[in-house]
Design a binder for this molecule. Structure first.
Ligand SMILES: [Fe+2]
Length: 385
C-alpha cells in the first residue's frame, strides 16, 4: 500500500530509545517486504515479537487438485459450499495455480479463540454477505457487504462477525496485491482518470494495545503447511506504528465505472493487480450510448488468460441462469461470449445493475476436489440453448 499512515504513539526518530511509562524500552520491529526494498512499517511492541513457547508439528492445508490440466467452460454454485463454524475450516479453495488461490468461505463463528497469519500470500477477502470487524495489531477495520478487505501477507488477524450468515470470496495472492500502476502518478498518488482514489481507501482505526502475557495460539500458514505457534505475549501489543504496510479496505460500491459510446474492454474495470493476474469490478453503470451500440460483450478469445467471474448481485447482462455466488471459469484457449438472446435483449437498454468480481489469470487454473462438489453439469453446452 503506497500511502503512509500512522496510528498510536511512535518516537520522534526511528531506531531511537522509546520508553514505556515504567522506564523500560518498547520493542521496535521493522516489518518489510521484498527484503528491504519495498513497502514497510515500523511497529512498536510492548514486548519483543519473538517470545515463542511452543510450535506444533505442521499439517498440510494445501488444496487437493482434481484436474491439473483443463480446457472446458465450467460453472460452480458458490453458495452450495457448506457453512462451517471455524473460519479456516470454512475456506474451500476451488480454483488454484502458483500465483493465486480462489476460495469460497461461509464461516458461522467469529475467529476469536486463536489468531491467523498467512505468511504465504496477501489475502483479498470480498464480503458478499455478512458484516463485522477485522482486528490486527495495526488497529481495526469494520467490513460489510461489497468490501474488499486487503490483508498483506504476514499480518496476524482475527475476524468478528455480527451474525452467522457470512459469505466470502477470497483471493489469495502469492505476490503483492497492488493498485494498478497506471492509475498512479510518479509519486504514488491516484490520478484523476482512476476509477477510485485515496478517499475511497479505508485504513485501520482504534488501535488497542494488549499489554498481556499468557498463551496465545497463532496459526501460521507457510508453504501450504499450517504451524500452530504458542506465543507468550498477545500478538496485538503495539503501542503505535507507522509506514505503508497495513491492512485496508476498498468497497466495490465505491468503484466509479468508466463508460463509452461503444463497448469498453475489461481493463476499464480493473481494481487490483498482482503478478500474473488482475482483479476487476463490474458494477452498475449506464450502457454504451452510440445509437447502434451492442452493450453486451463480443465473443472473445483471451488465448493466454483464464477468466473467472464471481457473480455478486443484479442481472448479469450477457449470461442466462446466473445465481448469486456463482462462479464461471472460461479458460484461455477457447472463445466464449454472450449467451443466445442476450445480444438482442441488450439493444437499446440504458443501464445494467450487474455486480461481479472478475479474476483474470495469465497461467491456467487447476480445479480442486472441492470445486467438483459444486460444479454444474454441461455448462459448456449452455450456448446451444
Ligand atoms: Fe469474458
Amino acid at each position: 500500500m503506497p500511502q503512509y499512515y500512522t496510528l498510536g504513539a511512535i518516537p520522534h526518530k526511528r531506531h531511537t530509545q522509546f520508553r514505556k511509562p515504567d522506564g523500560s524500552l518498547y520493542s521496535e520491529e521493522l516489518f518489510s517486504t521484498h527484503g528491504f526494498s519495498s513497502v514497510y512499517s515500523l511497529i512498536y511492541h510492548c514486548y519483543p515479537p519473538t517470545f515463542i513457547k511452543e510450535v506444533s508439528e505442521p499439517y498440510s492445508v494445501e488444496p487437493e487438485i482434481a484436474y491439473q490440466r483443463h480446457l472446458k467452460h465450467e460453472s460452480f454454485a458458490g453458495f452450495s459450499v457448506s457453512p462451517a463454524d471455524d473460519y479456516l475450516e470454512s475456506r474451500k479453495a476451488v480454483l488454484v495455480n502458483s500465483d493465486v488461490h480462489l476460495s469460497l468461505a461461509s464461516p458461522r463463528k467469529s475467529l476469536t479463540n486463536y489468531f491467523y497469519k498467512n505468511a504465504d500470500a496477501d489475502e483479498v477477502i470480498f464480503i458478499h454477505e455478512g458484516e463485522g470487524v477485522m482486528k490486527s495489531l495495526y488497529g481495526s477495520l469494520s467490513f460489510s457487504y461489497g468490501d474488499y478487505v486487503v490483508i498483506p501477507r504476514g499480518t496476524i488477524y482475527q475476524l468478528e462477525f455480527k451474525n452467522e450468515n457470512n459469505r466470502m470470496f477470497i483471493i489469495e495472492s502469492f505476490s503483492a496485491i497492488e493498485t494498478p500502476k497506471r492509475y498512479r502518478n510518479a509519486y504514488g498518488q491516484f490520478e484523476e482518470h482512476a476509477p477510485y482514489c485515496e478517499r475511497d481507501i479505508r485504513k485501520p482505526v482504534n488501535l488497542e494495545t494488549h499489554d498481556e502475557k499468557g498463551d496465545f495460539l497463532v496459526k501460521i500458514k507457510k508453504q501450504g503447511m499450517m504451524y500452530e505457534y504458542t506465543y507468550a505475549t498477545h500478538p496485538f501489543d503495539a503501542i503505535g506504528w507507522d509506514g505503508n504496510h497495513y491492512p485496508w479496505i476498498f468497497s466495490i460500491h465505491d468503484f466509479e465505472p468508466l463508460t463509452g459510446r461503444i463497448h469498453l474492454p475489461p481493463p476499464v474495470h480493473q481494481t487490483f493487480e498482482a503478478h500474473n493476474f488482475v482483479v476487476c469490478s463490474f458494477v452498475p453503470r449506464l450502457f454504451d450510448y452510440h445509437p447502434q451500440s451492442i452493450p453486451v460483450p463480443y465473443n472473445h478469445s483471451n488465448v493466454d488468460s483464464d477468466e473467472v467471474l464471481y457473480y455478486v448481485d443484479g442481472d448479469f447482462m450477457s449470461r442466462k441462469s446466473v445465481s448469486r455466488g456463482m462462479i464461471t471459469l472460461h479458460p484461455g484457449g477457447i472463445p466464449h461470449g454472450p449467451h443466445p438472446g442476450t445480444v438482442e435483449k441488450s439493444l437499446g437498454a440504458k443501464e445494467t445493475k450487474e455486480l461481479a468480481v472478475m479474476v483474470d489469470t495469465f497461467r491456467p487454473l487447476h480445479l480442486t476436489v472441492d470445486a467438483l462438489k459444486i460444479k454444474s453439469d454441461d455448462y459448456f453446452k449452455s450456448w446451444l440453448n
